[in-house]
Design a protein around this ligand. Structure first.
Ligand code: PEP
Ligand code: MG
Length: 430
């Protein structure tokens, strides 16, 4: 039997979880198999990420994705027709060459990521394999430790807090299912705590509670109160993970905390965060300094990196070369992996592998603008990334992904190996 080839690539406009247009690509193989890839979209974006093509106007105003769809129809589709769908690296290299820019700005990162994921899905479907198994081959896989948002802030919640994500990790959980259960208890308790204080406003872009706090610390205190109200001991069954997303309010070594009406220099910011690390049970901090502040990051990681995961998101933009450089410089000890930040599956995988080689924590992540697509749950398992960040409970585009990991864990049965705390970089090096 001859191996199937790519017959056609189609793109359509769909809508994301923020009500904005995005791209869905559909790849059809010569054996009739179809694979779909859906492009997510970030709000707090690193300046070196792949650039989406957003141009023209929708009928009712707002930027459209017709340019990205035209890229697929006029250029990507014809270029990929007849190619081997199992050669993901070759397909992604072709997309990179066809685009010809360092940031995929010509074709659009939203076009390349949708097609790259669609080819991957078509190849898995053609083999009759779940995506995670197609990715892992015969290798054993690890089920990721989740970090789950409880309060959303920053660019995802009208900047009601400067800090973007207040999340929970379950350090004692023995399975993904148990970690999800613990965090769900904290999530509901947090809603009750906020309602009791008259602070409940709704849900943020990633499903965490939309806050009405008057300081960033008030959110941390409420998180500790929620953990206790759920019947857990802070730092034991449930610990704290933060995404500071500092590029949103910091530049040139200066940090403007809008909520608290003050500006900190690099040392002041370090003191602010180190104070939190001393007072709260924090296990992980993402982008604690702005993407242009390698010095702040390096000093912070040198100070706390032996017991706290320090993740580069905007700082590393899912780029293998930047991950390798960060490992050399000691700026962070973990990398967030967002497929659309790179623009292709292969580049995201390379960033994840560069992280693994460096002994980093590796966290596959969704974006704040998402779809019902569950591919990243499979990437996290298939790549044995060790950690997954998807958002929270109150939005089904997030729950679709968390629930998909439950299905994979169940399918693996006794063979399921939950990463748990071994996913953290300081646990690895011990
Ligand atoms: C998921 C995140 O947000 P966005 O998608 O807005 O970049 C993040 O910063 O980690
Ligand atoms: Mg981030």
């Amino acid at each position: 039997m001859t191996e199937p080839a790519i017959r056609s690539v189609h793109a359509r406009r769909i809508w994301d979880s923020r009500g904005r247009p995005t791209v869905e690509a559909e790849v059809t193989l010569s054996d009739g198999t179809v694979g779909r890839g859906l492009a997510p979209a970030g709000a707090s974006r690193g300046s070196r990420e792949a650039v989406d093509r957003r141009d023209g106007g929708t009928r009712f105003g707002g930027l459209d994705v017709q340019g990205a769809i035209a890229s697929v129809r006029d250029e990507i589709g014809p270029a990929l027709a007849g190619r081997d769908p199992f050669d993901q690296a070759g397909i992604d290299a072709a997309l990179i060459a066809l685009d010809g820019t360092p940031t995929k700005a010509r074709l659009g990162g939203n076009a390349t990521v949708a097609v790259s994921l669609a080819v991957l899905q078509a190849a898995a479907a053609s083999r009759g394999l779940p995506l995670w198994r197609h990715l892992a081959g015969e290798d054993a896989v690890t089920i990721p430790l989740p970090e789950i948002q409880i309060f959303g802030g920053g660019a995802h919640a009208g900047r009601r807090t400067d800090i973007q994500d207040f999340m929970v990790m379950a350090p004692r959980a023995r399975s993904f299912a148990e970690a999800l259960e613990v965090t769900a208890e904290v999530y509901r308790a947090a809603g009750a705590v906020m309602a009791g204080r008259g602070l409940l406003q709704g849900v943020a872009d990633e499903g965490g509670w939309w806050p009405a706090f008057t300081s960033n610390e008030e959110a941390l205190d409420a998180l500790v109160a929620a953990i206790e109200r759920a019947g857990f001991t802070p730092g034991e069954e449930a610990a704290i993970s933060l995404d500071i997303a500092a590029s949103e309010f910091g530049r040139g070594g200066r940090y403007r905390l809008g909520l608290e009406g003050r500006e900190l220099d690099r040392d002041g910011m370090a003191e602010y965060l180190m104070g939190w690390c001393a007072r709260y049970p924090i296990l992980s901090i993402e982008d604690p300094f702005a993407e242009d502040d390698a010095e702040g990051l390096a000093r912070f990681t040198a100070a706390v990196g032996d017991h706290i995961q320090v993740i580069g998101d905007d700082f590393l933009v899912t780029n293998a070369a930047l991950v390798a450089a960060a490992a050399q410089a000691g700026t962070v000890n973990a990398v967030l992996v967002k497929v659309n930040q790179a623009g292709t599956v292969s580049e995201a995988r390379a960033a994840c592998e560069a992280g693994r080689r460096a002994g980093f924590g590796t966290i596959v992540s969704a974006r704040s603008g998402e779809t019902e697509d569950v591919a990243i749950a499979h990437l996290a398992v298939g790549w044995s990334a060790g950690q997954l960040k998807v958002g929270s409970f109150a939005r089904s585009e997030r729950m679709a992904k968390w629930n998909e990991v439950l299905r994979i864990e169940e399918a693996l049965g006794a063979r399921a190996r939950f990463a748990g705390l071994t996913a953290l970089p300081f646990r690895r090096s011990r």
